[in-house]
Design a protein around this ligand. Structure first.
Ligand SMILES: [Zn+2]
Ligand SMILES: [Zn+2]
Ligand SMILES: [Zn+2]
Length: 276
């Protein structure tokens, strides 16, 4: 399996809209990997994770064709993960020469919102919503086994994160979530070994002392990795990635790398591609 991190920021992006904090000013000046668009990933060039306001730009920047994408997993209904106005743009009278539907998979709140768009008279069956539920595995595209796990995030957004398996390999995409709820740990134990984990690091190094509940910072990510190691879910061969950064966390890409390197953890950046 190959995962490409198309975007790696929290909702505001880095540098953030209208912000002149230290991280944003420094990131603007340094450019390169310090510049982050909103979080989104693509598996094997065909399975999209999240549909955010940077989706169109990502397809232009990385040269993948949205008319070829048939499946998209949504973690929850916050707009930096689910941008409904662009789902409406799959309408039949705007998408020429495409007669199949794109399937979106989301838990209750995201599902209800996507369904409302899909039923608009101009959509013509262009979008198919699928309701997912934490703990209930399903198959996507005849080859990906996907298990939604309950996330520790705003309940009104029906948050889940995903274990995705294919061809004997397994990836954990865990955004947005705080330290995993116990129900998630039970489900993870049944999943077995992961070849790659991508963990929520909204709070960066967490030096501000803020207590993260609905997201994580680097030290919480290390706690998750440690517990996963003790359960045999990750080992030295597992690629450990931290991802979904906020400027409010307080560190740029370069500053995150300096610390994460000491722990054998990869700091994501826009365009990072990893094959497991
Ligand atoms: Zn987010
Ligand atoms: Zn800022
Ligand atoms: Zn969120």
């Amino acid at each position: 399996m190959k995962i490409k991190f198309l975007g790696t920021a929290a909702a505001e992006g880095v540098p953030a809209i209208g912000c002149r904090c230290r991280v944003c000013k420094l990131s603007r000046a340094l450019g390169g990997r310090n510049m982050r668009s909103r979080s989104q990933a693509l598996i094997d060039g065909e399975l999209l994770i999240e549909f955010n306001p940077d989706t169109l730009w990502h397809s232009h920047a990385y040269g993948f064709d949205l008319s070829e994408i048939d499946h998209c997993l949504i973690t929850h209904s916050h707009p930096d993960h689910l941008y409904l106005d662009d789902i409406d743009n799959f309408r039949r009278d705007f998408c020429h020469g495409r007669d199949r539907a794109i399937s979106f998979y989301a838990a209750k709140d995201g599902y209800d919102k996507i369904k409302e768009v899909s039923l608009r008279p101009w959509m013509g069956g262009a979008v198919t919503p699928h309701l997912v539920d934490a703990g209930k595995a399903f198959t996507v595209g005849g080859k990906y086994k996907v298990l939604p796990l309950p996330a520790s995030h705003n309940g009104d957004t029906s948050p889940v994160f995903y274990s995705i398996s294919c061809g004997g390999k397994r990836i954990l995409y865990a955004h947005d979530t705080g330290y995993f709820p116990e129900e998630a740990w039970q489900l993870l134990e049944d999943e077995g070994h992961f070849d790659l984990v991508s963990l929520d690091c909204t709070g960066c190094l967490g030096l501000d002392g803020h207590v993260y509940v609905r997201h994580m910072n680097f030290s919480l990510c290390l706690d998750v990795i440690k517990r996963m190691e003790s359960l045999g879910l990750v080992d030295e061969k597992t690629v450990k990635v931290v991802n979904h950064f906020s400027h409010n966390g307080g560190q740029t890409y370069d500053e995150m790398v300096a610390e994460a390197d000491k722990h054998g953890v990869t700091v994501s950046y826009d365009g990072l591609e990893i094959e497991v």
